[in-house]
Design a protein around this ligand. Structure first.
Ligand code: TZP
Ligand code: MG
Length: 218
């Protein structure tokens, strides 16, 4: 199988919902189902934090969320854990700068899997592209309380810099993005936005996702 078409990846990134059990006020399955009703286009399982599931509970939740993604034809991406992605035949993985390079992940998982890499500078972005990443996650755009070891807040500056440099790879902005501050991220050149708390923690998850889509599509 071949690499996924870049324009297809770009469309999938429009509203990229990320979560794990610690991010949810309702059950993770309810949270994902509501977010799907609201129109999310991609999902990442990111089970992190001191209260995160481990062992069998971690794998079981992954399987359940993956099943729901299959039913609704939303690709299922795993954060960091290449072994889990391989074991579940996930649609892809997202890795940070301290994880394995995209090149070796692709060798393991196969050409057709979606590989995303977090990049905080033009240099990191260029390296990720050279290694064969399908998309970049760029941030934190705004202050976030969903990632303990987040890098410095960068606003939309790095996204603008990447686009100004001529970089065309699909990319999402991430970090502290809400319905009220999403618009500048898209204007800066992002193809979509990645969100944890503004969807997982919303009083009405479906409405929150819908409102994001409205802003992104404006
Ligand atoms: N990477 C950079 S910021 C972030 C990650 C995983 C957390 C984003 O979560 P939120 O709640 O949307 O700020
Ligand atoms: Mg990581």
């Amino acid at each position: 199988m071949q690499r996924m078409d870049s324009e297809h990846v770009r469309r999938l990134l429009k509203l990229y919902f990320i979560m794990g059990s610690v991010n949810c006020k309702r059950t993770p399955l309810e949270t994902l189902a509501e977010a799907m009703d609201g129109g999310i286009t991609l999902f990442q399982y990111r089970e992190k934090g001191s209260a995160a599931f481990t062992g069998k509970a971690y794998v079981d939740l992954a399987r359940q969320l993956q099943q729901k993604c299959r039913e609704r034809k939303i690709p299922f991406i795993v954060n960091d854990d290449i072994d889990l992605a391989a074991a579940l035949d996930a649609d892809g993985v997202h890795v940070g700068q301290n994880d394995a390079p995209a090149r070796s992940i692709r060798e393991r998982l196969g050409a057709h899997k979606i590989i995303g890499v977090s990049a905080h500078s033009l240099k990191e972005a260029q390296q990720a592209i050279a290694d064969g990443a399908d998309y970049l996650g760029v941030g934190p755009v705004y202050p976030t309380s969903s990632k303990d070891d987040a890098e410095a807040v960068q606003g939309t500056r790095v996204i603008e810099e990447l686009r100004r440099s001529g970089l065309t790879l699909p990319l999402v902005g991430i970090g502290g993005i809400t319905v009220d501050n999403a618009s500048p991220v898209i204007r800066a050149g992002a193809d979509g936005i990645s969100v944890i708390s503004a969807i997982a923690g919303a009083a009405d998850i479906r409405d929150a996702a819908r409102n994001f889509l409205r802003v992104i599509e404006q």
